[in-house]
Design a protein. Structure first.
Lengths: 1037, 437
């Protein structure tokens, strides 16, 4: 039935398309023509502006400026005529011309954001008329940052959008959160829409990468992007209904230009390197120091608990000759060697980047082609990210009133992966950092040594021995036809597709723990994930102004979407030798498959009305039906309304010179969330993957077991958002201030409600919570100095968000170690710890806060001690330009968030982990004798000093201010470049992450080994964001 | 005209969407079945019982259970040195330690699977499902439930008893805990049912009549019902299919095996990884290694701890990752009977020594010369220590016989049962925490 249904729009689409092609008409030339000449230049630099579009008002005549800025019309029109000149990045200008001679027209750069056109859901609007809270980022501001995915480039650029990069490894997931976190178990990621396609942003990784995730958004080449809009408040997001509540990120890619006499080429080549900030890296104890701590702990423990029978005589680091119970000593501490593994796994990483773009167009067709290649090594060997991309956008005016528009991107990305924390045997960073320094890297016979629970570091970094890699092949495209039915009435039908073929491979040869004896020799695991999002949309829009003062826009639409995931995995163990790597050669082969599908059907409408461009009113409604929800609650309805008042248009302000813009905005609405929950979440389910034999000889036979409780009432998570905003332009808009305050209240929060395990189930997905987020955002954009040659501008943004769980059936704890807890009145996933008050100077024992004063340390003594969410965050960009030079400096900051330094928890374990983990140098500050003042307790395995996993001693302040990037640009004088036939030549150098101020003792306060939502802020198994230096050249011709 | 047709097609599409929406939004899962179509015929009844065994093998007796019980027993050392390992060896567990809720939920997960079988299989009408097969399947479910309750009882002391499958969460809320003695009684009741229903045949990786009797002997021993324990052990040992193999070797698939849990390449034995030479988590302590390698104590059991070239002690219980895990062995039945004979109201010390020596004889260690009851009991304790060196027994044995304080230095009897997991008390506030936690 479904097949039949999707056929209908598809067939209709094809038929309409064919009809359109046949009715394409051509226009005939006119006689009695005259010549109209002119030249378009930049008002400041006087450079010619090739490609500026010149339109004669009231006609269909349009040409583009040549390379030297000149343009020419051969036309039947007579002076006076009015030219309308448009050019991307410049203010549109109307010029009346009274003579037939050549005119020079100077365009001013459009840095006044109030005149921008911004995308709102399913349409675009002038910034002046926008009712909602929307932040627009021009891609040119950010695209040169050496991060693989465009979402990471948004850090510090958009008020209300918190962006954190968890790892210094390129292509891994990035945290993006718009106005706080509303959901406990459903996804908190914003919705990403690229050229109208709802793209997948959930990692498709199936193989064991620890708790790390890859970022599917890294597939997209940032160089293809024209602009990014972040929709934040209800009036902006409610049109996206059930998926909008976490904010919407709209990405627009570059398109061609009509009437270009010849194509415009742009070439961007850059190269650089990255390296970890050595001064901030972990400092470990040396081999002798490690041994000394372990001995001290051994003896202290023996004193504390005599039944352990631990004393000086049988200490582990004693002379080799002292054999006790058949065990020789490991040598005295001072005899131990020191081996540095970090240096073997960290490297200076190379970055290469290449982008070529061509854009052009004739009267009826415009196109943009972009090809790009990026090769970026991670600072952690052997991580590497490589992406090749091809982007092809074109628009055809099939007939005067019919446009066919096509956006296509083909992306191939390759990742040489490194494992994170959970896969101990192959955790790349942990194998270097957590491996005790006294243990040799090679045995006496030259073979790689494995002293602790970790794989040998040189095995891990050698891709011939361990090879974990993924290849993603992806197509994102949208095709639509738009008809102008009558003036103001448009109909658009579109088909969009996000297809991802994601292939993962793991190989461990017979020298490794996983693939070595006594396991069968060699291990290979291949996973193929096939992910498809198909969508079809119809939009009808009507736009009319009545009596010159009443402007009405009406939008109606429907959309259907189907998401299919198909995962097939094959695993082989027991290879003849290391030359055989295909699973068919393995003696033990296993396979598995997982398929899942969800559908969404929607209807939506929006009405915009404005009176005299002064009062703006907007109302929208969306109805969404989702296959994920229980039959009782399948449909959700999401209304919103907004109002804005351009006070500047009032008579009392119109003449005011100081205030160039004043606008008040207010909105309220409801949006939903269903992302990140299982496709069959409402069903009662039994699994089939539990086989068992009937006897010793018959082999395994199929089995079944219950695994999910039914919840037919499962329904949408709903967030009501109230927003009030003020846009102020002062001093001829040299100072622009945007202020927004909001309150978001989420009801029916989707969460895995812990149910008593005595039911046989661990949890059940239910609508069982309420969460609030409130905060404000300030965006400030100032042109500080604007001289003839020198200009200095500053953009600043600051956001504050307060997150609070408002209602829960019972507190919920997270993670195996239960570090976090969501409790009414506190932020989601707050750290829940035993608070270490101090170390008793007399005994050296850690003193914990005995909350209930019962003299015992029990779970009741744990307390909430802050969360991973910052109180404030934002960014400051300073831009200085002098003649051809431009300097751009970006700082990002956040304040008040907590980070659990998990590396410290493991590596400052008082020597209790002996030979399994290394020890941080900070352990040397331990209490040793009465009177010592320190917060590092006496080393012993008995008592609470080192046996409390959830010790507040490891919780640190994660506030920071970071010099994210410094870019120096130099544009060669056009007098020089035009001689060699080039339009523009731009040289640039870029330095990233060169400075940070933070109290955090780990290398990077943004690091998190866990990318699980609301549970990041756990620093382990991940390299810091590196310092980088890049140089590049951009050429336009 | 054209305009109208476009408008019409738009409206048509909207209408078509509306009509088809309901079916469009009905998406059936591919690889699992809904609650309604589970246990309804012979094949589904058999698969549901297999699912319960899988839970026993891969969840209840998984690596976490073995690790915790072995570390508590004092003879095995953790190479991971995790903080929770320190809590375990210091008998200083807190209710918020993660593995506790794993044990708790694994136990009840298995019980829920068994309860589904016990409730639904008798109601099936399917000609191919004979009464004999029905009895066998239900009997196996009773056995699995008995074993799970017995383990919950010895781990946590106080636990809730549920005898029906969960349909909604509310089914299981607000039920107070039963004491350990009551839980053992429930296990005995289930084993009586199982012994009644199960056929009298020999299948070593599934429960049959004698498997139920053998487990009942163990539970009676824990209950200190020695005469009953002796009788049950004798019933099993009198069957020629259950005898000690000599010389000592791993028991899988042999007459030594009373119940072993099976694994395959798709469901591997997690215990293998604990001792696996290249990535070990556990190793026998030097003291245990010495005992096993002493020809007068360990004898042939020295294969359980072998020193490799670099002087590490490798625990040798699971040769591969598909090797079986032992739940009940013939040797245990001998030692149960030995203890029962020595402890019963009219002690049979000669019989006890005979049983003890049967186990010693097959490992080629000198026969015991113990004569007094106390010495015989000490001999049995020592024998269990080496016979089950790598199996999770010693902690429970020392607690059961009141020797944990003397041997392990675990002086606080409140710590002999684990704390109820804090997360469970959160989810069901009617649960009471065990005293001392």
């Amino acid at each position: 039935m479904y097949k039949k249904f999707i056929f209908k729009p598809a067939v209709a689409f094809v038929i309409i398309f064919l009809v359109c092609v046949t009715i394409t008409t051509t226009s005939s030339a006119q006689n009695n023509n005259v010549q109209l000449l002119g030249k378009i230049i930049d008002a400041k630099t006087k450079h010619p502006l090739q490609g500026a579009t010149v339109h004669i008002k009231g006609t269909t005549h349009e040409v583009s400026a040549e390379k030297d800025g000149s343009f020419e019309f051969i036309t039947g029109q007579r002076v006076p005529v009015t030219y309308i000149i448009t050019y991307i990045g410049y203010e549109t200008q109307e010029v009346e011309v009274n003579s037939y001679g050549s005119v020079s027209i100077a365009l001013k750069e459009a840095n006044v954001q109030l005149d921008d056109v911004v995308l709102v859901g399913y349409a675009s609007q002038s910034r002046k008329s926008v009712v909602g809270a929307i932040t627009k980022i021009n891609a040119s501001e950010t695209k040169s940052l050496p991060v693989a995915s465009f979402d990471a480039q948004l850090q510090g650029k958009a008020a209300g959008v918190q962006v954190n990069t968890f790892s210094g490894t390129p292509g891994e997931s990035v945290k993006v959160q718009v106005r706080g976190t509303a959901s406990i178990n459903a996804s908190n990621d914003p919705l990403y829409v690229i050229d109208g396609v709802f793209v997948n942003n959930n990692s498709l990784a199936s193989i064991d990468l620890g708790s790390k995730k890859t970022s599917p958004l890294a597939d997209i080449n940032p160089a293809d992007i024209e602009s990014i809009e972040v929709l934040k408040d209800a009036s902006a997001i409610a049109i996206y209904g059930s998926r909008g509540s976490n904010g919407v990120v709209l990405v627009t890619t570059k398109r061609g230009q009509y009437n270009l006499s010849k194509p415009k080429y742009s070439l961007d080549i850059s190269a650089g390197f990255q390296k970890a900030d050595a001064g901030r890296l972990w400092k470990l104890t040396t081999g002798p120091e490690h041994a000394k701590i372990v001995n001290e702990q051994w003896i202290n423990s023996g004193i504390d608990r005599p039944s352990l029978n631990q004393n000086f005589q049988n200490r582990p680091f004693r002379p080799v000759g002292e054999v006790i119970n058949g065990v020789p000593g490991r040598g005295n501490p001072e005899d131990q060697q020191n081996y540095d593994r970090l240096n073997r796994v960290l490297r200076t990483a190379q970055i290469k980047n290449f982008d070529l773009g061509v854009l052009g167009g004739s009267e009826k067709v415009r196109y943009n082609i972009g090809v790009g290649y990026t090769n970026q090594e991670g600072i952690l060997r052997p991580a590497r990210f490589e992406r090749s991309s091809a982007k092809f956008n074109f628009d055809i005016k099939l007939a005067p009133k019919i446009i066919f528009s096509s956006s296509n991107g083909i992306y191939r990305s390759f990742r040489q992966q490194v494992r994170g924390g959970a896969g101990q045997q192959a955790g790349h960073l942990l194998a270097a950092l957590h491996h005790p320094t006294y243990l040799p890297i090679y045995n006496a016979d030259g073979t790689p040594a494995r002293g602790s629970i970790y794989e040998n570091i040189d095995n891990l970094t050698n891709t011939g021995v361990v090879n974990i890699s993924t290849k993603s092949l992806r197509y994102i495209g949208n095709q639509y036809v738009e008809f102008d039915i009558i003036p103001g009435l448009k109909f658009k039908t579109s088909v969009g597709l996000d297809y991802n073929n994601y292939k993962e491979r793991e190989f461990f040869n017979d020298q490794t723990i996983i693939g070595g004896a006594p396991n069968p020799p060699g291990y290979r695991n291949d996973v193929l994930t096939d992910y498809t999002v198909f969508q079809n949309e119809q939009l009808l829009s009507y736009n009319k102004t009545f009596n010159t003062k009443h402007a009405v826009t009406l939008l109606l639409g429907n959309s259907i979407q189907a998401t299919n995931v198909n995962i097939t995995a094959a695993k082989g163990q027991g290879f003849p030798n290391n030359s055989f790597q295909q699973i068919s050669a393995a003696s033990v082969r296993t396979s598995s498959q997982a398929q899942s599908k969800s559908t969404l059907a929607s209807f939506f409408g929006r009405l915009n009305y404005n009176f005299n461009s002064k009062y703006f009113f907007e109302a929208s409604l969306r109805a969404d039906g989702s296959s994920k929800f229980g039959v009782n609650n399948r449909w959700g309805y999401f209304p919103a309304a907004g109002f804005s008042w351009r006070i500047k248009q009032e008579p009392f302000l119109q003449k005011n010179n100081k205030i160039s813009e004043l606008k008040l905005r207010a909105s309220v609405g409801l949006a939903g969330n269903q992302n990140g929950i299982n496709d069959y979440a409402s069903r009662g389910l039994w699994t089939g993957n539990v086989q068992y034999p009937d006897n010793l000889t018959g082999g395994p036979k199929p089995g079944i077991a219950p695994f999910q409780l039914e919840n037919p009432d499962l329904r949408w998570e709903k967030t009501t958002t109230y927003n009030a905003g003020l846009d102020i332009g002062l001093l001829k808009s040299r100072l622009i201030v945007n202020i927004d305050a909001y309150y978001k209240y989420t009801t029916d929060a989707l969460l895995y409600l812990p149910v008593p395990a005595s039911t046989g189930y661990g949890s059940t997905l239910a609508n069982a919570g309420e969460v609030s987020n409130k905060g404000f955002e300030i965006g400030l954009s100032s042109t500080n100095i604007k001289g003839k040659d020198f200009e200095w501008s500053t953009d600043f943004n600051l956001s504050r968000n307060i997150n609070r769980a408002e209602k829960l059936i019972s507190p919920i704890t997270f993670e195996a170690r239960e570090y976090r807890r969501t409790e009414v009145g506190a932020a989601l996933g707050s750290f829940w710890l035993y608070k270490q008050l101090n170390v008793d100077p007399q005994t050296g024992d850690a003193v914990f806060d005995d909350v209930n004063k019962d003299g015992k340390l029990t779970q009741a003594d744990r307390q909430l001690m802050g969360s991973l969410f910052p109180d404030y965050f934002g960014g400051i960009t300073n831009n200085l330009s002098y003649k051809g030079f431009n300097l751009n400096v970006l700082f990002t900051y956040q304040s008040g968030n907590k980070v659990f330094n998990f590396n410290k928890y493991i590596l400052e374990g008082g020597g209790t982990r002996d030979a399994s983990r290394s020890i941080l140098a900070s352990q040397l500050n331990r209490w040793q004798k009465p009177g010592d003042i320190t917060n590092t307790p006496r080393v012993t395995s008995v008592g609470n000093n080192y046996n409390i996993e959830q010790n507040s001693r490891y919780l640190e302040d994660g506030s920071f201010i970071r010099l994210k990037s410094v870019t120096l640009n130099y544009t060669l004088p056009s007098s020089l470049t035009s001689k060699v036939g080039l339009t523009k030549v731009n040289l640039y150098i870029l330095a990233t992450n060169f400075w940070i101020a933070t109290k955090y003792t780990g290398p990077d306060p943004e690091s998190s080994g866990s990318a699980i939502q609301n549970l990041d802020g756990l620093d382990t198994a991940t390299p810091p964001q590196p310092r980088g230096f890049q140089a590049g050249i951009r050429i336009n011709f | 005209m054209k305009n109208k047709s476009i408008l019409f097609s738009f409206l048509f599409l909207m209408a078509a969407s509306l009509l088809s929406c309901k079916k469009y939004l009905d998406v059936e899962p591919y690889d699992s079945v809904s609650d309604e179509n589970t246990i309804f015929d012979q094949a589904s009844a058999e698969t549901a019982v297999r699912g319960a065994y899988r839970s026993l093998a891969s969840n209840s007796y998984g690596s976490a259970f073995q690790t915790t019980v072995l570390l508590s027993g004092g003879d095995i050392r953790s190479l991971n040195n995790a903080q929770t390992d320190l809590n375990t060896i210091n008998y200083d567990l807190r209710s918020d330690i993660g593995f506790l809720s794993t044990f708790w939920s694994n136990g009840y997960n298995t019980i829920n699977r068994a309860n589904h079988v016990i409730e639904k299989v008798p109601l099936i009408t399917d000609a191919r499902l004979t009464q004999a097969l029905k009895d066998q399947l239900v009997g196996e479910a009773y056995f699995i439930r008995a074993l799970s309750y017995f383990d919950l009882g010895r781990l946590f002391g106080n636990a809730q008893i549920f005898l029906t499958p969960t349909k909604t969460v509310a089914d299981k809320l607000g039920v107070s805990q039963s004491a350990q003695s009551r839980i053992y009684e429930q296990a005995i009741a289930d084993l009586n049912q199982a012994a009644l229903l199960l056929p009298n045949e020999i299948v070593r990786n599934r429960a049959r009549k004698l498997t139920a009797v053998a487990l009942r002997a163990r539970v009676y021993l824990y209950q200190k019902k020695y005469a009953e324990a002796e009788a049950d052990a004798s019933t099993v040992l009198s069957n020629p299919n259950y005898k000690l193999i000599k010389p000592f070797a791993l028991a899988a698939g042999t007459s030594e095996s009373v119940l072993e849990l099976s694994f395959s390449v798709d469901a591997v034995n997690a215990g293998f990884g604990l001792w696996n030479t290249s990535n070990r988590a556990l190793e026998p302590k030097a003291a245990l290694h010495s005992l096993l390698n002493d020809s007068t104590i360990g004898g042939r059991r020295k294969i359980l701890s072998v020193a490799n070239a670099s002087g590490q002690f490798i625990g040798g219980i699971f040769p591969t990752n598909t090797a079986a895990n032992y739940i009940l062995r013939t040797a245990e039945l001998y030692l149960i009977r030995a203890e029962a004979r020595a402890q019963k109201s009219a002690p049979d010390l000669i019989g006890a020594v005979e049983d003890l020596n049967a186990v010693r004889f097959r490992s080629a260690v000198p026969l015991t010369t113990a004569f007094a009851k106390e010495d015989i009991l000490q001999g049995i304790e020592n024998e269990r220590r080496v016979e089950f060196a790598l199996e999770p027994f010693r902690w429970f044995d020392l607690v059961r016989t009141g020797r944990a304080a003397a041997v392990l230095g675990a002086t606080n009897p409140e710590k002999y049962i684990f704390p109820i997991p804090a997360s469970e008390i959160l989810a069901d506030p009617s649960l009471d925490q065990n005293p001392g936690y």
